[in-house]
Design a binder for this molecule. Structure first.
Ligand code: ADP
Ligand code: DP6
Ligand code: CO
Length: 340
């Protein structure tokens, strides 16, 4: 007998101060705090459906139609934590079947692990009646996922406690604070990356000479400055810091042994184009950031969108770039259908 079913969606977030490196691999505690903007759910999103039934003999998860190993440690950590905090379905003997779909490239450096685990945890939490902060449960699936629990600008406080209870996401500003901020995503390559974020950051933390300074000095200073820039809606400072942190993050990857290269020639072309365009304009009109992949995310004031888009159209004729905008509405994981 089916006991409950639910379908939810969750948005992607794109970091402007990058999370890279863990101090605890099992419960995913980061070496530095990070900060991101949440995208519009109509653009990049995960949709997850979960059914709990007494007829199921084991938990199952299908990602984009392919069966995943539900015994993988991250899925297990998430499921155990949800069930331990459940206020519903507690005394019922049942398993869950989960189907999740991303409407954008998976594992290509567009934060699929963020929307994916956020959606999984949000859906399970609704179904099991989990109360209180659930960003720390999403963090157990993928670090960046905790930040997708809120809209607008969100920081992930690294925390100091060993149990991770203070390593949670906090909304810095709701989207209504800076509604005319847009994000354009340029999909340069939608293939699965060679080095996953998890592997890449582990290697960087172990070998890059840049990590120590980055975590101890650079990131704490940038977190303070970019929060202030967001509060003041100061795009010049925001854009400067965003591009610097992206550049440094890829420098950390390049100084990893063996080196990791997520950017390609097209990514570098986009970076140069944006620097030249900003210089010619005499101000920061738009700012790029690249995650662990070659695809560009461009933050920009809405008023510059048409001009910047036409610049990309001119340099990348044809259909090899896709564009998405961040809209003016608050983005949070949301329920599409729930039969408790
Ligand atoms: P990305 O840059 O897309 O976040 P990662 O290497 O960080 O790439 O993570 C990709 C992994 O995240 C996938 O291989 C899968 O294990 C997990 N993932 C992605 N989407 C989902 C989803 N919708 N539900 C559950 N897990 C997901
Ligand atoms: C470059 O959150 O994907 O996108 O915690 O191992 O799942 P795991 O890694 P993940 O790393 C994201 C790295 C990044 C920067 C960021 O989103 O902050
Ligand atoms: Co990821």
């Amino acid at each position: 007998m089916v006991l409950a079913s639910i379908t939810c969606t969750a948005p992607v977030n794109i970091a402007v101060i990058k999370y890279w490196g863990k101090r605890d691999e099992n419960i995913i505690l980061p070496l530095n705090s990070s900060l991101s903007g949440t995208l519009h759910q109509d653009d990049l999103k995960t949709t997850t459906t979960i059914v709990a039934s007494e007829d199921y003999t084991e938990d199952e998860l299908y990602l984009n139609g392919k069966k995943e190993d539900i015994n993988a440690v991250r899925y297990q950590n998430v499921l155990k934590m949800i069930r331990s905090r459940a206020t519903k379905l507690m005394d019922k003997k049942h398993c869950v079947h989960i189907a999740s779909i991303n409407n954008f490239p998976t594992a290509a450096g567009l934060a699929s692990s963020a929307s994916g685990y956020c959606c999984l945890v949000f859906s399970l939490a609704q179904m099991y009646g989990v109360e209180g902060d659930i960003s720390a449960i999403a963090r157990l699936g993928s670090g960046s996922a905790c930040r997708s629990m809120y809209g607008g600008f969100v920081k992930w406080e690294m925390g100091v406690k060993e149990d991770g209870s203070d390593s949670i996401a906090i909304q810095v500003q709701p989207e209504s604070h800076w509604p005319d901020m847009n994000i354009i995503v340029l999909v340069v390559n939608d293939k699965k990356k060679e080095t996953s974020s998890t592997d890449g950051m582990q290697k960087s933390a172990a070998t890059s000479v840049m990590m120590k300074e980055r975590c101890a000095v650079t990131v704490p200073n940038r977190m303070r400055d970019i929060e202030e820039a967001i509060n003041k809606k100061d795009f010049q400072t925001f854009g400067d810091i965003t591009m610097k942190d992206s550049d440094d993050f890829h420098e950390v990857c390049a100084t990893t042994t063996p080196p990791i290269y997520y950017l390609n020639d097209t990514s570098r072309y986009i970076m140069n184009l944006i620097h030249r365009y900003n210089k010619l304009s005499g101000s920061v009109k738009c700012a790029y950031t690249f995650d662990a992949g070659p695809n560009a995310c461009i933050y920009l004031p809405a008023e510059n969108t048409t001009e910047v888009l036409s610049l990309f159209m001119k340099h990348f004729p044809g259909d090899n770039i896709q564009t998405y905008y961040r809209g003016p509405k608050e983005n949070i994981p949301s329920i599409e259908n729930f039969k408790p």
